[in-house]
Design a protein around this ligand. Structure first.
Ligand SMILES: Nc1ncnc2c1ncn2[C@@H]1O[C@H](COP(=O)(O)OP(=O)(O)O)[C@@H](O)[C@H]1O
Ligand SMILES: O=P(O)(O)OC[C@H]1O[C@](O)(COP(=O)(O)O)[C@@H](O)[C@@H]1O
Ligand SMILES: [Mg+2]
Length: 526
């Protein structure tokens, strides 16, 4: 499709707000008041005053009657979706995506009448609870009064108009980072949806970002026939890898291969890489849409309800917990200990503990604990052996790192290699009970790769289907530098910049963590 470059002035106008210094609260609890909703006379007047006061950096002064308005303007900028139309004067064309396959035979020829498209102005609310006080459980307040402020994000789905000529498109898919159940489901849906639009040139980039430039790694042509059954197996049909984030070389490769759409499946690191590729494409004025799909069993990506693969990992983790329970229950003074993954957060451990209902002690990195002493974990285990005869402990891999010597090492992607809290606890428990002369039969289970090297369960398979399809709709709509995700049960697009500010972590004041404590019955260990 012919495209004229825009001037740098309009290039900047719809960029996400890069210069903003975001506090944690702003990241997690930003607000939104749509400008159009400020049209009531009183608010309209205040709004016009507010606009004058707005600067590029938003420092909220809650005594300022305009603070909500400022917040609104900032939010809208931050969550605006970057698009290839920011750099090109492009004319859209009517979409080639329609599910009304037999329109001519049914006489229903007017595609305009089909209400299956999403309007660019459609929005979903990110937060739906109005907290009356900052002390409410899990409260996410912006101001000290915990005022209600709407936080809108862009709805995902097919648009009536598209910015690519499907027959001319070359689309590429790459999967990065660690394995995750559902990768194949997403690849498959991306291919299916691209073909539905009419795309004929679809390729897979092998072994993550490395596949773009490492010699001997060839792109793989993909088609519906080839990917039809790949969801029946775990892993990634394309292969994954860590490291090799050479943005400039990757974009050279994108240019050389004449890729128009790049679909990137991965976690935090992958998203940072995808955004860097998107920025570099913009710098080079390339008409390329980079769209990510959040993948990680850790569920540690900001703002979204969950990432695909998380549900399946929790389900698999439960099996390990159940085995630990059976071992512990059947032994005299049995102690089952299970270590579960989660590089920076305890979501898998918390959810697996909750879902299994068999865990007496759940330890996560967000909640510090001590092993020794009156209020330590070991004393509680003594109590459990005395009162119920056995117990089960579930520990997240990133928990209790302050109790261990740091490895100081990093993996190829620069992620810190954690010290082994599972092995440490196993030894501490054994030594402790030996020292106090109480028999204890410790059974340690580390199911590490078993929880992620499996195929997606039903709920993840559906999530993958929707996210994969929406990724393609987003690219055809011209967006780039976005991720396709689920927020507050609705499917939306978010600018990548907003989801990579920090890893998402369990909130120890959330109802979910409190529910976990109710379920395990564990005391505070610090
Ligand atoms: N800050 C970053 N900028 C660009 N690329 C990154 C960044 N962090 C990681 N990457 C790249 O993203 C890929 C996946 O990152 P990794 O952290 O291993 O997994 P995940 O995406 O699941 O978090 C790797 O190829 C890595 O080199
Ligand atoms: O595959 P590796 O390099 O051993 O990685 C293990 C890590 O991968 C994970 O399973 C998922 O991490 P990513 O989302 O970064 O891929 C973590 O829970 C775990 O710490
Ligand atoms: Mg990661």
């Amino acid at each position: 499709m012919a495209a004229a470059l825009k001037t740098s002035g309009s290039f900047c106008s719809t960029q996400p707000h890069q210069g903003l210094e975001s506090t944690r609260d702003q990241i997690l609890h930003g607000s939104h008041l749509n400008v159009k909703q400020c049209k009531s006379k009183k608010i309209k007047k205040a709004a016009s005053l507010c606009f004058k006061a707005t600067s590029s950096k938003v420092d909220l002064d809650f005594n300022d009657p305009c603070w909500k308005q400022k917040f609104q303007e900032d939010w809208e900028k931050r969550f605006d979706l970057p698009s290839i139309t920011d750099i090109y004067d492009l004319k859209p064309r009517p979409t080639t995506f329609s599910l009304k396959k037999n329109r001519s035979s049914t006489g229903d020829e007017n595609v305009d009448m089909w209400n299956g498209y999403v309007n660019n102005d459609d929005r979903a609310l990110l937060k739906v609870i109005k907290y009356s006080s900052p002390t409410s459980a899990g409260a996410e307040c912006i101001d000290p009064d915990c005022s209600w402020v709407e936080q809108w994000v862009h709805r995902a789905g097919p648009r009536k108009e598209i910015y690519y000529e499907p027959e001319e498109v070359k689309a590429a898919i790459v999967t990065c980072g660690g394995l995750c159940p559902g990768l194949n489901d997403v690849i498959r849906q991306i291919v299916f949806t691209l073909e539905t639009y009419g795309v004929k040139n679809i390729v897979g980039i092998p072994f993550g970002y490395r596949g773009f430039f490492e010699k001997g790694l060839k792109e793989m042509p993909l088609s519906r026939g080839l990917v039809e059954n790949i969801n029946l197996n775990g892993g990634s049909f394309l292969g994954v890898s860590r490291g090799g984030a050479k943005t400039s070389e990757i974009v050279d490769s994108i240019q050389a291969r004449r890729i128009d759409m790049l679909f990137v499946l991965g976690g935090n690191g992958t998203h940072a890489g995808a955004n860097a590729i998107h920025e570099e494409c913009r710098k080079r004025k390339l008409k390329v849409s980079v769209v990510a799909v959040p993948k990680t069993i850790d569920n540690d990506i900001l703002l979204m309800d969950k990432t695909f693969g998380f549900d399946t990992a929790v389900e698999e983790a439960q099996r390990a917990i159940n085995s630990a329970y059976i071992e512990a229950r059947s032994a005299y003074h049995g102690i089952g200990l299970v270590k579960l993954m989660g590089r920076s957060s305890g979501f898998i451990a918390m959810h697996a503990s909750l879902s299994s209902g068999q865990v007496d002690v759940c330890l996560i990195p967000e909640v510090p604990f001590t092993l020794d002493g009156e209020i330590g974990v070991l004393r509680h285990l003594e109590h459990l052996l005395k009162t119920k005869g056995f117990c089960v402990v579930c520990v997240a891999e990133a928990a209790g790192q302050d109790l261990l010597q740091k490895s100081g090492a990093t993996d190829a992607s620069g992620n810190v290699i954690l010290s082994d809290i599972g092995v440490h606890m196993q030894q501490k428990i054994k030594t402790h009970f030996k020292d106090i002369g109480v028999p204890a039969d410790v059974k340690y289970i580390d199911p590490t790769y078993m929880v992620r090297a499996c195929r997606a369960n039903a709920s993840d398979a559906i999530l993958c289907t929707v996210l994969g399809q929406n990724a393609v709709h987003g690219a055809f709509a011209g967006f780039s530098g976005i991720t396709s995700c689920i927020c507050n049960t609705h499917y939306v697009y978010l600018p990548i910049t907003e989801v990579i500010k920090a890893p998402k972590r369990v909130n120890p004041n959330s109802r979910m963590w409190h529910r976990c404590l109710t379920s395990t019955g564990q005391p505070d260990f610090h």
